[in-house]
Design a binder for this molecule. Structure first.
Ligand code: NIG
Ligand code: FE
Length: 400
């Protein structure tokens, strides 16, 4: 139980602020939020609970990073330098670099080596308050290597206590052995899905629907394969051009359309009708020096929830802090700090189909972040720094 805490519950307007409050949990689930210490103790039913004095510190729901590619081998710093000299991300990809250069290194890495390379990235995210993370495959691009990536993702969850949701993104790039045969590759992607699903490795399915990725018709085939298994879908949609990817994923009742810089007004309406979340990835926007802003006002006007994620990946977003992604969302997209915090908690949960976290309320999981700040808006104010005091994972103090 936490006492003497300022809470940004996100339950209600103005951050759902509750100052000088207490918060109790039992078996990893929040059982009391409020100002009455005796009532809080009573909810614990006499079970002895350690009382942590937050000393006026601020507590938020632990952060949720709902879009990452953090399992990969090597990095692409030389490509970043090429981009600074004016070569575009798409040109690098078309020349066989980009995603495919990470595929080569990821295929070569053993499962243990891949785990060892990826763990510090997850720990860095935890260090800035993340207790739940989505991790995509997509640098294996064959059955064995996609399996290897997803197994590493699951192991990261087991060994850190962070909740890991896995997403199958074999439709990320065309591997060299399928050059000129994209439709055949999509058929293979659809064939591998049930195999990996049967191994318990797939929580959702994603496609890179883009000129340098896969067409809407090919994306549709992957979504149909997901639907046949009852798996939720997401989409790398409208990142570099408008192919109406957001409308397509909405048609499948998708959890989210991600990137969405070039998403058109009709697609926004379809997302609203489907209840799909717009996942904003300001790190990739920043690194690619993109200038096309997502249709933020249309999302607000239609009530499309906006999430914010790191997109942690070796190409477009070598970004190891979700809090920095929140700050970038404020600067580049003019989100308010409260929108950014809801984007990395409440709306991120929804983008993963999770209803048991993202707010501080009775019945929610006790995934908490205790911060060294005077107000929650500071989470989007400091670029870097060491603001996290303690991360509580399902009621257990872990990092800080
Ligand atoms: O979300 N756009 C496609 N996928 C990633 C980039 C992956 C990479 O460049 O390695 C993204 O930006
Ligand atoms: Fe991505």
């Amino acid at each position: 139980m936490l006492v003497n805490a300022h809470l940004a519950t996100l339950d209600g307007a103005d951050y759902g602020l509750r100052e000088n409050a207490c918060l109790a949990w039992r078996d990893g689930v929040i059982v009391y939020v409020g100002h009455d210490m005796a009532a809080a103790r009573a909810t614990l039913g006499g079970a002895p609970a350690a009382e942590i004095d937050a000393q006026g510190g601020w507590i938020t729901p632990a952060l949720i990073d709902c879009h990452t590619h953090l399992v990969f081998a090597g990095n692409r710093a030389p490509e970043a330098e090429q981009r600074l000299r004016g070569v575009s991300y798409a040109d690098i990809a078309q020349a066989g670099g980009g995603i495919l250069s990470t595929v080569r290194l990821t295929r070569e890495a053993s499962e243990d080596a891949l785990f060892a390379e990826s763990l510090p990235r997850l720990q860095a995210l935890m260090h800035d308050g993340v207790a739940c993370v989505e991790i995509k495959s997509g640098y294996g691009l064959d059955l064995a290597n996609e399996r290897k990536m997803l197994r590493v993702a699951r192991r990261l969850g087991r060994e850190t206590g962070v909740t890991v949701k896995t997403t199958y993104l074999a439709a990320h790039a065309l591997p060299p052995e399928y050059a000129g045969r994209a439709d055949d590759y999509i058929a293979a992607v659809c064939d591998w899905l049930p195999v990996l699903h049967a191994d318990g490795l797939v929580d959702a399915v994603d496609v890179f629907c883009e000129g340098i990725g896969f067409s809407p018709a090919q994306s549709r085939r992957v979504f149909e394969a997901a639907r046949a298994l009852g798996l939720p879908v997401k989409c790398h949609a409208d990142q570099l051009s408008d192919l109406s990817g957001a409308a397509l994923v909405a048609e499948f009742g998708g959890l989210s359309a991600d990137h969405v810089e070039y998403t058109n007004a009709d697609s926004v309406r379809r997302m609203a009708d489907a209840g799909s979340v717009a996942v904003l990835l300001p790190g990739a926007f920043h690194v690619l020096r993109e200038t096309q802003l997502p249709p933020l006002d249309a999302f607000r006007a239609h009530g499309v929830p906006m999430a914010v994620a790191s997109d942690c990946n070796p190409g477009t977003a070598p970004l190891l802090s979700l809090r920095l992604a929140m700050a970038l969302a404020c600067t580049h997209f003019r989100l308010t700090p409260e929108e950014a915090l809801r984007g990395a908690t409440e709306h991120a949960a929804r983008a993963l189909g999770l209803h048991d976290r993202g707010r501080l309320a009775v019945g929610q999981r006790a995934d908490l972040a205790l911060w060294r700040v005077r107000h929650p808006s500071e989470l989007c104010y400091w670029l870097g720094g060491d603001l996290l005091q303690t991360l509580v994972l399902s009621g257990d103090g872990a990092a800080g």
